[in-house]
Design a protein around this ligand. Structure first.
Ligand SMILES: [Zn+2]
Length: 335
């Protein structure tokens, strides 16, 4: 490892015990300038999600202006389809996950007005695309008109609609009762009723209940125990029993604990040290575990996890929306 010093952070800290802020900022900015590389095109199906992940990380690293606002808005709007939803990239079919990312990005750059002015449909149209994906029988949501249902889509739908001020377009009580059916005896949640508990699904279910104002339905002690058992000896968290640790669970697991007021049930110092070991100190970016290839997905969720743990110098993240807390509070207060 080299002895790279980050901005404003020197002072006798071990190389692997600091966050390489500027390296991560440069890594994220560089993702957009590598259009001639094969990897860029191979990941086209993730483009709009990638912008959300990169932009969120930059905000939490206190460098929100590192991605140009106007180009960001132009790109988001270029992904919108006639049905109001957004695809991964221009010309791709609309899907719930990209639509949610689009709304999150537009809120982060304060660009919802541009959607009204220049989009293929303003927020009402986006809201009706999302609402159209709810299964009115069961309350859950599909990802697109052909797809399967998944609590990720249910969470995404409630998240985006709440940011748009359009939660009343869907049957929230029915969505809540669907989430309750996904709860298991261990207090955690699966992808659909009867499915194995998984920390990623726990986050989607608990955050959906938080948006619906129904966290009272969560068995917080039982779920808190299951989540805190996800921490391994090396400090990292796994997604379910018997699995390896992975830096992205610093988000899925820790944010779930934060939402139910049990974040102190894991060892934050050990988790922080694990995440810092997953960094690439030379080229920036964070990997799923130490020594692995970095990617923007693990970069943002690791940084968001550190933010939850109160890492010095990072902006505070909102555990429900995975966006900067100050932006969310201001935005929701306006509605
Ligand atoms: Zn991962």
């Amino acid at each position: 490892m080299s002895l790279v010093s980050g901005p404003g952070r020197g002072g006798g800290v071990a190389t692997d015990q600091k966050l390489y802020v500027q390296k991560h900022v440069d890594y994220i900015k560089g993702l957009d300038t590598r259009k001639d590389e094969l990897e860029y095109w191979l990941t086209e199906h993730l483009r709009l999600n990638g912008v959300y992940w990169g932009l969120t990380a930059l905000h939490l690293l206190n460098q929100p202006e590192a991605l140009p606002r106007d180009e960001t808005i132009d790109f988001v709007l270029s992904c919108q389809q006639d049905n109001g939803g957004f695809g991964a990239a221009p010309g791709h079919d609309a899907h719930m996950l990209y639509t949610v990312s689009a709304v999150q990005i537009l809120v982060m750059v304060d660009g919802l007005d541009e959607l009204e002015k220049r989009g293929r449909g303003g927020k009402e149209k986006v809201g009706s695309f999302i609402a159209g994906l709810q299964d009115r029988e069961t309350g859950t949501f599909k990802g697109d008109e052909w797809g399967e249902t998944d609590t990720r889509f249910l969470y995404g739908a409630l998240l985006a609609l709440s940011l748009l001020g359009l939660l009343d377009r869907v049957d929230v009580p029915k969505a809540v009762s669907y989430v309750q059916q996904c709860a298991n005896l261990d207090g955690a949640y699966g992808v659909r009723p009867g499915a194995e508990s998984h920390a990623g699904q726990v986050l989607t279910c608990v955050a959906a209940l938080a948006i619906a104002g129904r966290l009272d339905l969560v068995d917080k002690d039982r779920l808190g125990s299951w989540l805190s058992e996800r921490q391994l000896e090396n400090g990292g968290l796994n997604g379910r029993p018997e699995k390896l640790e992975d830096a992205c669970y610093s988000w899925w697991t820790a944010a779930s604990l934060a939402m139910i007021g049990r974040l102190h049930w894991i060892n934050g110092d050990k988790l922080t040290a694990f995440v810092l070991r997953c960094q690439d100190p030379e080229a920036g970016g964070i990997a799923d575990r130490p020594g692995h290839m970095v990617d923007v997905y693990h970069t943002v969720f690791s940084i968001a996890g550190l933010s939850l743990l109160g890492y010095n110098g990072l902006k505070e993240v909102d555990p429900v929306y995975c966006m900067p807390k100050d932006i969310i509070s201001k935005h929701l207060a306006k509605q």
